[in-house]
Design a protein around this ligand. Structure first.
Ligand code: PRX
Length: 632
């Protein structure tokens, strides 16, 4: 892969309200980081409260990094206790439920809840430092409370997105060997109640530990969340954590059927979470920060919970969806809560663009001062719509590239400093080194290549839970430096535009889904002999899923069968992985060595010219599949 690209994007100046205030400060950060990178990161780590300061900034034994390793701190103390002397009565979380109820929780109240739950975890469930706790909760304050309570006692939280179904949850409980599950009786989703506790029970039956205790919000009985925590004191001794002790693990999709438990450390992760939230979003004490991501994803970890709370900010947490019960729901929330910083995904923006343009105009969006985008490339059309219609051409947009593995934002243009280029994420944050490399690890400019982080950074993943070999293989075997799995190019100003994944990982509506996971779900169906899944262009979701299946000889294609195949994926993974189309084919395009050429399937669906097909074992299968695609 090394095709020359023409690079032609418009450049938009930062709105004047940002320019003067921040330019010198950011310039200074870049200068300091360039002069002495480690001293720069020491300064950032110094913004946290440490029980014991570190002496050793970085120990690098590729691919294992240890940052601030002899330092001791606690994440919950940094997010909560650190603010209690000056900001106890400040609102930490504004929560709006799907039905429109609003709850304000101050730092003091949040800290008490966290301490009570932390005491309960220790006293009632004997959870110790290093134990894993699975959190399977809707987007409610209890999710943040549960994460922080784990952090308080040094348990490693593993949040599983509540949209995942029982088999996916089971796999994550099993792999992490969790000692406790924290869930809720049910979740609201678009007017329906999703029975989370039942899912947990189903999941546990599929694990070797079916009797793991389950603490349940609104569950009643002996393990009812509030009955248990109300019985506990509101003070709690926090666990002293070495900087390198894990803070959490979070499963993400990879190229095999098995999701990866990405591990993050305490000191390094928190350093970058605090630093990047303040720098990228210009978070100030009076801001209302709304990151729309669910806590089940890394964006929810870093920019709903840890980053804003470390900075003493006020976050809006919203349980619902953008268009329920009406298509103005997001804008209504911004108006109602006077949101000043709004961080969402391109897929949501593209969905709004398709709707009636008068909808956002009906709301007062004047409280907004900064907008953000994350999860996938934002196309220039969507960028401009976001800038004009929502930001009224006065709010800068940060297009932030990062990953579950990087822990926090890596690339973006910084408000008040860089000009913005719609569709181009931008420059590495001060302190980070990122490049676009050729297959031979040479730095490329204006040519498409592979994105790589070329120096260790504090919030880099410390590995994959229980699988060091896989960690080395995926991220560290392509180059000497960290391989991100994305293709990208760097323009004349050294700004980086991220194009998309180069592995078998799909990005559907900003969610990472492995093709192998979907293929495994399909072949588990009685009717399916073989399956191949590809991501195809989708105007709103970025990518949608097309599945090609070969049926077992005793099964016939029918509309009911196609529906049942889609349902199979939903019940074994999640509704987010549901294929848009399932195409039955007598054979798949394979090379003579038996490898499925997914590239050809993608080209057939997208109707783009087919590349080289000379390596195919059976080239005459192509017109047959082509016909099936046309008919589907
Ligand atoms: O392909 C990139 C894409 O999302 C992937 C990371 O997914 P995940 O770990 O689920 O984290 C998503 C939220 C941080 C990346 O490898 N991606 C994320 N942000 C961008 C992006 N692609 C282009 N531009 C972005 N701003």
């Amino acid at each position: 892969m090394s095709n020359q690209l023409t690079f032609d994007v418009s450049t938009i100046d930062q709105p004047s309200s940002f320019k003067d205030e921040r330019f010198d400060m950011i310039h200074q950060l870049y200068t300091e980081a360039k002069q002495d990178r480690l001293a720069f990161w020491n300064n950032q780590a110094n913004q946290l409260v440490w029980q014991k300061k570190w002496t050793n900034t970085l120990m690098w034994d590729r691919p294992h990094a240890r940052w601030f390793s002899d330092g001791i701190l606690n994440a919950a103390d940094n997010c909560l206790d650190a603010h209690l002397t000056t900001n106890a009565k400040k609102t930490a979380i504004i929560w709006e439920s799907e039905t429109g109820d609003v709850v304000h929780i101050t730092y003091e109240e949040l800290s008490k809840l966290v301490n009570q739950l932390a005491n309960c975890l220790r006293a009632d469930f004997n959870i110790q430092k290093g134990d894993r706790v699975t959190i399977y909760l809707p987007q409610t304050p209890e999710a943040a409370v549960a994460m922080l309570a784990c952090a308080k006692i040094g348990a490693i939280h593993s949040v599983v997105f509540a949209g995942f179904s029982a088999p996916s949850l089971a796999e994550r409980i099993k792999d992490s060997s969790s000692s406790l599950i924290i869930t809720a009786l049910d979740a609201n989703r678009r007017g329906k109640r999703i029975p989370l506790l039942n899912m947990v029970h189903d999941a546990l039956k599929q694990t070797p530990t079916p009797h793991v205790p389950v603490l349940t919000v609104n569950g009643g009985g002996e393990n009812d969340f509030y009955s248990r925590i109300n019985a506990q004191p509101t003070q709690c001794q926090s666990e002293p954590m070495a900087s390198e002790d894990p803070l959490f693990m979070l499963y993400t999709s990879g190229t095999t059927g098995q999701p990866k438990g990405i591990l993050h450390s305490t000191g390094g992760y928190l350093t970058h979470a605090k630093y990047s939230t303040k720098l990228v979003f210009d978070l100030t004490p009076s801001d209302i920060f709304w990151c729309t991501a669910d806590v089940g994803w890394i964006t929810g970890h870093t920019y709903v919970v840890y980053g804003p709370l470390l900075n003493g900010g006020t976050i809006l947490m919203f349980e619902g969806t953008p268009d329920y019960p009406n298509k103005g729901r997001f804008w209504e929330c911004i108006e109602k809560h006077r949101v000043s910083i709004f961080y969402t995904a391109p897929t949501a923006i593209r969905a709004f663009m398709k709707d009636d343009p008068s909808i956002p105009q009906q709301f007062d969006l004047s409280s907004l001062r900064l907008l953000g985008s994350v999860g996938e490339p934002i196309n220039p059309e969507a960028w401009h719509w976001y800038y004009r219609t929502i930001g009224k051409s006065r709010c800068p947009i940060v297009d932030t590239w990062w990953q579950t593995e990087t822990g926090g934002i890596m690339l973006t243009s910084l408000p008040g400093y860089h000009p913005m280029k719609p569709g181009v994420a931008g420059a590495p944050l001060p302190g980070l080194s990122i490049d676009v490399l050729s297959q031979d690890a040479l730095s490329l400019q204006n040519t498409r290549g592979f994105l790589s982080v070329t120096e260790p950074w504090p919030s880099m993943t410390r590995g994959i839970w229980n699988n060091t070999e896989r960690f080395k293989d995926i991220y560290w075997s392509t180059f000497d430096t960290y391989f991100a799995g994305d293709s990208a190019y760097k323009d004349d100003d050294n700004d980086i535009c991220v194009i998309g994944r180069v592995d078998d990982v799909l990005n559907v509506a900003g969610h990472r889904i492995g093709t192998m996971e979907i293929e495994s779900a399909l072949v588990a169906h009685d009717a399916v002999a073989e399956a191949a899944v590809v991501g195809v262009h989708d105007d709103i979701k970025g990518q949608s899923i097309a599945a090609f299946v070969i049926l077992n000889c005793n099964h016939q294609e029918s509309p009911a069968l196609l529906e049942s195949l889609k349902a199979q994926v939903v019940t074994s993974i999640s509704p987010i992985a549901k294929p848009k189309m399932v195409i039955v084919t007598p054979e798949l395009p394979k090379t003579r060595s038996g490898k499925i050429m997914r590239r050809l399937l993608k080209q057939l669906v997208e109707k783009t010219p087919l590349g080289d097909i000379t390596t195919l074992a059976q080239p005459d299968i192509i017109p047959i599949i082509q016909k099936k695609v046309e008919l589907s």
